[in-house]
Design a binder for this molecule. Structure first.
Ligand SMILES: NC(=O)c1ccc[n+]([C@@H]2O[C@H](COP(=O)([O-])OP(=O)(O)OC[C@H]3O[C@@H](n4cnc5c(N)ncnc54)[C@H](O)[C@@H]3O)[C@@H](O)[C@H]2O)c1
Length: 316
């Protein structure tokens, strides 16, 4: 029998911000499946409560906590609520994030401030409150995992989003250097395009293009992050800190320069890509078509892609 104890999170106490749906929900489920009790921290308390129910169904303790990560007092109070529920905090995934699309030559300051506020300031406020708790507890230690993006390394979305994510990656290095002396590891996880509610309005033609440009051949699903988050949360990564772990199926490797097309089918087919997306849209009460698309969830994304790709339908 294999010994997987390095990855075992039994008895560990975790929180995930933005944990109600999408990548946050996937991280919460992965941590619970590896043995951790998980607090689902989110603006949307109603959906966070449903995700907490799912974690209890896995057999772990769970709590839903309402919190806006841009507000320092709310973040401090949320971490305290988690500690009251669980007794300590071993693992924190700072995932809550947003994007506001638009051309940078026209971007208003309010939108810039909002994106930086959630994606960069929010991650700092959470990491600070989490580290305060991890430093105060005995034994002093912890794992902080910040969800950045491939947009930290490539020009992908627009200036506010890309700069916020690059900020998260570099802030992670600084915090890792500072907090190593408390046995706190601080790392990043950087996904590519993930089929979450954030991408519920992405048309099939775009998904086909992503598949074509991704060496591993499918659009990323939230569950493609399970292994990476368990690694960064567990003893398996005890000597890894300040790292940005890219989980992108090779999407950012500039692979279009090499001959694409597949030798064998990808491990994941188009229908399997949307299973968690549909699950999340159900949780949120949104309708969708057979591909898990509802252009009204993020009309700005649907419009932007339509402008870039036209309305051509993608045959599978
Ligand atoms: N989906 C992608 O393609 C993708 C790719 C790379 C990185 N990311 C990053 O991953 C993270 C999660 O993305 P997602 O696609 O799951 O997003 P999503 O929009 O599907 O879900 C985000 C969750 O965060 C919560 N949230 C938003 N603002 C909040 C706030 N101020 N305080 C607390 N909770 C808040 C929402 O209620 C929601 O539950 C974000 O940081 C995003 O930038 C996403």
């Amino acid at each position: 029998m294999a010994d997987l104890s390095l990855f075992d999170l039994t008895g560990k106490k975790a929180l995930v911000t933005g944990g109600a749906v999408g990548i946050g929900r996937a991280c919460a489920v992965a941590l619970a499946r590896a043995g951790a009790d998980v607090a689902v921290v989110d603006l949307n308390e109603e959906v966070a409560a449903k995700t907490a129910d799912e974690i209890r169904a896995i057999g772990r303790d769970a709590v839903a906590v309402r919190c806006d990560v841009t507000k320092r007092e709310e973040v401090q109070a949320a971490v305290q609520k988690v500690v009251v529920s669980f007794g300590r905090l071993d693992i924190a995934v700072n995932n809550a994030g947003i994007g506001i699309l638009g051309a940078d030559e026209e971007m208003d300051q309010e939108s810039w401030d909002k994106v930086i506020g959630v994606n960069l300031t929010g991650v700092f406020l959470c990491a600070q409150a989490e580290a305060q708790q991890m430093i105060a507890q005995t034994p002093t230690e912890g794992k902080i995992i910040n969800i950045a993006s491939m947009s930290a390394s490539i020009a992908n979305c627009n200036a506010s989003y890309d700069a916020s994510k690059a900020g998260v990656v570099h802030m992670t290095r600084t915090l890792a250097a500072e907090w190593g002396r408390f046995n706190i590891n601080v790392n990043c996880l950087s996904p590519s395009y993930v089929l979450t509610p954030m991408h519920a309005s992405t048309p099939t033609v775009v998904r086909r293009r992503i598949r074509e440009l991704t060496p591993l051949g499918h659009v990323q699903r939230p569950e493609d992050l399970y292994g990476a988050v368990i690694f960064l949360a567990s003893a398996a990564s005890n000597f890894v800190t300040g790292h940005d772990l890219m989980v992108d199926g090779g999407h950012t490797l500039n692979a279009w320069l090499t001959p694409l097309g597949r030798a064998v089918p990808p491990r994941v087919g188009p229908e399997e890509e949307t299973v968690q997306l549909k699950h999340d849209l159900d949780l949120l009460g949104f309708s969708y078509d057979k591909d898990g698309i509802n252009p009204d969830v993020h009309p700005e994304i649907a419009d932007a892609f339509k402008a870039a790709f036209g309305s051509e339908e993608a045959p599978e």
